[in-house]
Structures are given as structure tokens and as C-alpha cells.
Design a protein around this ligand. Structure first.
Ligand code: HEM
Length: 493
């Protein structure tokens, strides 16, 4: 008993010394903290709460959770200076024993620490998701977007569900080939992958797995069994899905085929390539679906911005395509503003400093968790005046072109920036353009949309909301609109 007490006393003393040592290093300012437990954080929407601390303590503030220091960046210039320019020193992730090491076996790219495995995975994903490769997927995206449009035209009340099905179709088809396009979001394979994602989301919730704060808990027999079983299940699923690609008589055009063909050159083992393809679904499906739904929400609640986009789209004289993007700056600006207004990964994803970093006379010590708070960076009043206003014109030059000198970082920062950003942007652009070409969107007066009602999770999804869809030509044009969409879909099939 005495030795256990002595052990814990030593931990407390060491932690105290560590905290004092970091204080001496002049950390960025921050709210006062309990000397042992650190700062109390709200149970929900910490990223919104952090905006208040940004206003109070400045663009870069520090907080503490147990023994860990966390630095939060909430303004544009500081994000560029630290997250972007110091990107190579912030390419690591904080250690996630529960979700990363155990549940993902260290192979889920999002949680993989900086190092050889991360570099190999990133190289493989990048080559397949760069802008040029995304262009090659134009037909897949176009067909899937038309399917979504057609479904909305039949059952407008279910627009959220159709956005989820669209995103699942695109990512499944890109990862495993066109045969894998699900017929519905309830498809058993989509559901199996989603079960894994739910488990991941739970394992990543701060405080759920105490082992992430007290690593010695990992040695308690049986403690991590539930996560180990989860890992075995998801590895089995990801391996089976990739094996189906391997067994196909003709390799389908997809990321899975590329991984199998290039496996040796990429230097990745069977489990790693399986996880890489499987992670694509995890990272890219619900995020894209939520971003499409946010654009729908923005359109329904901002009739003038919506009308400006429709005018541009209608001037084309035919339904828009992905390749029209350069000719549709207002539509692009609308999408970019929807990313800023309600970013999906609102709180950003934690990075880890691999060396001491210096900012304005403060030190961010090596080992610190650094979070670029996407919500706040996109609300920096110096760059985005009246930040809560939805105003696509902030992304346009005086001559109406899309600005290239501004970003709101919805896809994160530096070396860990989302490799799927071009694909996701193409998806949101195409769906927004097609929906606003064919339909006028409005709020239901009896059920106004709560534009702040989102899920509390790493990727925020809008809670169900009602939208009134009316054909662009008016109520009388429902049949003609459905027929026009049906014909376009037939041509694209
Ligand atoms: C609107 C949709 C999307 C949003 C908002 C989004 C956002 C993000 C963010 C914020 C990160 C973390 C960046 C950081 O650490 O600073 C991330 C990482 C990642 N995303 Fe996306 N993403 C989206 C779609 C996609 C798609 C379509 C794919 C793939 C098909 C994808 C694959 C990934 C992967 C693999 C990572 C991990 C990268 C790493 O840790 O190095 N994402 N995403």
C-alpha cells in the first residue's frame, strides 16, 4: 500500500515540476487553471467557447488538461505563422492510446503519428486525391450528384439522407470501385463501416478513455479489450473489402486497385493498405454529406445570396458541370463561404509540436498539443468583418473573380491538411450548383431553421432541418423538372 502511495506521490510531484517548468518557459497566456486538474472545459461546443477565450487572451492562448498543455490558435495571422509556416514541426499528432494505438492498431491515417508509416500513407493518398485525379472522377461525381438531385425531386423532405447516400456512394466507389455503390444509406456494408466510425468517435471523445490521460492504465489486464475487439472487427472488414477488389476478374478503377498494384513500391503491408482504403470512407463520407447539407441550409436561410448564384447558373443556359467551375465564381464563393460559416471540423484536429516553437515572445514547448480552431480562424474580424453574416461576396474581387489571397482553413493546416479537400470541394460545388439550378430553397415559416443546431462531435453535422424546395420555374413545374432531371441522369448513365 505504502509503495502505491509513494508511486502516486512521485507522479504528482513530477507533474508539478513539469507544469512549473513549462510555466517558466512563458507559455502563451490563458485562463487560470486548477493546479492539478487544469482548466474546466464546457461539455459541448468547446470550439465556440474558445472564441471567447481568443477574444479575452489573444490569438494564441494556452490551457491545461491534467498534465497536458494545449495551445489554441484562434486568429488568421497566427494560424498562418504557426500552423502553416511551421507545418513541418506540427505534423505530428498527440498520442491517442485508445482510438489510435489500440482501436486503429496505429494504422488510421488521421491518428497516425509523424514518421515513416505516415509519410508512405500520405504519399499514396495524395497521388490519388490531387486535383488532376479528382478531374478523372468527374463522371462518377456527376452521376452520383444527379442521383441525389433526382431523389430530392421525388422526396425533398429527405434531403439530409440523400446527401449522406451521395457521399457514401462517391467514397465507396472511389475506394473499392463502381460495383460498390450502395443502393441506400442502409446498405449493410455502409452500416458496418459506420459502426466502426461510431466506435471511433466514441473512443476519441475526451475523457471517455482515461488511458489517454493516465497511460499506465493500458497495463491493467482486460482494460482495453473492448477496443482490441473493435480493432479486430474493423481490420477484418477493411481487409475483406480490399480482398474483393483483389479477386475481381478485371481490376476496377479505384484507389483499392491502385494500392494493390503499387503495394510493393509504396512499402505498405496488407493491413496498412486495407486501413488506408477503409479510412477514406471514415474521413470522407459524413464530412462531405454534412458540408452539402450546410450549403443547403445556407441557401434556404439566405435568399439573396442564393438568387445571385442561381442567376449565374441560369446564365449558362444548361445544367452546370464540374468543368464549369472557373466560369461560376459566385457559386464557388457561395460554397467557400458555407465552409467558413459552418465549418464541419469546427474545432480543428489536434497537432503536436515536435520542437519548441516561438511566437511573439512566447514558447510552445515540444510535445504540446496545438489546435488550430477552425471556427475562430474563420471568424477573425480583421479578415472576415461581421463574421457571423453569411456573405459570399467576401470571397470575390471587385471585378467579380474568386479571391486567391484568402482562406478560412476548413480542411485544416500544414502537413496534416485534409488530402480529400479537392474531392470534397468538387462534391459540394457540383451538388450546390445542380440543386440551385433546378430549385429555389426556402425556410418553412412554421419550422424556421436553427442555424446553430449541430451535433457535438469532431465533425459537426447539422441536426435535421426542413427546407421547402420549389422548382426554379415555379410550383407548376414539378413534373417538367423531374422529367428534365430524369433525362439528364439517363444521359449520364
Ligand atoms: C467537406 C468534407 C471534409 C472536411 C471538412 C474535411 C476536413 C478535414 C480536416 C479538418 C482534417 C484534419 C486536418 C488537420 O489535422 O489539420 C482532415 C483530415 C483528413 N481527411 Fe478530410 N475532410 C473532408 C473530406 C475528406 C475526404 C472526401 C477524404 C477522402 C476521400 C478525406 C480524407 C482525410 C484524411 C485521410 C485525413 C487525415 C490526414 C492526416 O491526418 O494527415 N477528407 N479532413
Amino acid at each position: 500500500m505504502l509503495s502505491i502511495l509513494a508511486f502516486f506521490a512521485a507522479i504528482v510531484l513530477l507533474a508539478g515540476a513539469y507544469i512549473r517548468h513549462n510555466r517558466l518557459k512563458k507559455l502563451p497566456p490563458g485562463p487560470p487553471a486548477n493546479s492539478l486538474l487544469g482548466n474546466k472545459l464546457p461539455d459541448a461546443f468547446a470550439y465556440r467557447f474558445f472564441e471567447h477565450w481568443t477574444q479575452e487572451y489573444g490569438p494564441v492562448f494556452s490551457i491545461r488538461q491534467g498534465f497536458d498543455t494545449i495551445v489554441v490558435i484562434g486568429r488568421y495571422d497566427a494560424a498562418v505563422e504557426l500552423m502553416e509556416k511551421e507545418g513541418s514541426s506540427l505534423a505530428d499528432r498527440p498520442r491517442h492510446i485508445a482510438a489510435g494505438d489500440t482501436l486503429s492498431g496505429g494504422m488510421r491515417m488521421l491518428l497516425t503519428p509523424q514518421g515513416e508509416r505516415f509519410n508512405k500513407m500520405r504519399r499514396a493518398l495524395r497521388s490519388h486525391l490531387q486535383p488532376k485525379s479528382v478531374q478523372d472522377y468527374e463522371d462518377v461525381l456527376h452521376r452520383a450528384a444527379l442521383v441525389q438531385l433526382s431523389e430530392i425531386s421525388q422526396n425533398p423532405d429527405r434531403h439530409l439522407e440523400f446527401a449522406r447516400k451521395y457521399a457514401a456512394s462517391v467514397v465507396m466507389s472511389l475506394a473499392y470501385g463502381p460495383d460498390k455503390i450502395p443502393q441506400s444509406y442502409d446498405d449493410p456494408e455502409v452500416q458496418s463501416v459506420n459502426r466502426c466510425l461510431t466506435r471511433l468517435g466514441l473512443a476519441m471523445r475526451p475523457g471517455v478513455w482515461k488511458v489517454d490521460t493516465f497511460p499506465f492504465l493500458r497495463y491493467i489486464p482486460g482494460y482495453l479489450n473492448q477496443l482490441r475487439e473493435g480493432h479486430a472487427e474493423e481490420l477484418g472488414l477493411f481487409k475483406r473489402l480490399l480482398q474483393e477488389v483483389r479477386d475481381a476478374p478485371v481490376p476496377p478503377p479505384c484507389f483499392g486497385s491502385y494500392l494493390i498494384e503499387q503495394q510493393e513500391q509504396l512499402g505498405l503491408n496488407d493491413s496498412e493498405v486495407s486501413y488506408l482504403a477503409g479510412s477514406m470512407f471514415g474521413a470522407g463520407s459524413d464530412t462531405t454529406a454534412s458540408a452539402i447539407s450546410v450549403a443547403i441550409m445556407a441557401a434556404a436561410t439566405h435568399p439573396e445570396a442564393q438568387a445571385a448564384v442561381r442567376e449565374e447558373l441560369r446564365a449558362l443556359g444548361r445544367p452546370p458541370k464540374m468543368s464549369d467551375k472557373d466560369a461560376l465564381p459566385r457559386t464557388s464563393a457561395f460554397v467557400t463561404e458555407s465552409f467558413r460559416w459552418r465549418p464541419i471540423t469546427s474545432g480543428g484536429f489536434p497537432h503536436r509540436a515536435s520542437k519548441d516553437l516561438y511566437w511573439n515572445g512566447y514558447v510552445i514547448p515540444a510535445g504540446t498539443t496545438v489546435i488550430g480552431n477552425v471556427w475562430s480562424v474563420g471568424r477573425d474580424p480583421a479578415y472576415f468583418p461581421d463574421p457571423e453574416a453569411f456573405d459570399p461576396s467576401r470571397w470575390l474581387t471587385d471585378s467579380g473573380e474568386l479571391r486567391t489571397d484568402l482562406k478560412s482553413y476548413p480542411f485544416g493546416f500544414g502537413r496534416r491538411v485534409c488530402p480529400g479537400q479537392h474531392l470534397a470541394t468538387a462534391s459540394v460545388f457540383l451538388n450546390t450548383a445542380l440543386i440551385l439550378y433546378y430549385f429555389k430553397l426556402a425556410e418553412d415559416e412554421k419550422k424556421p431553421i436553427d442555424v446553430l443546431a449541430f451535433t457535438e462531435s469532431a465533425n459537426a453535422a447539422p441536426l435535421p432541418f426542413d427546407v421547402v424546395f420549389t422548382p426554379t420555374e415555379g410550383e407548376h413545374a414539378w413534373d417538367a423538372t423531374r422529367e428534365a432531371i430524369r433525362q439528364e441522369l439517363a444521359m449520364a448513365a
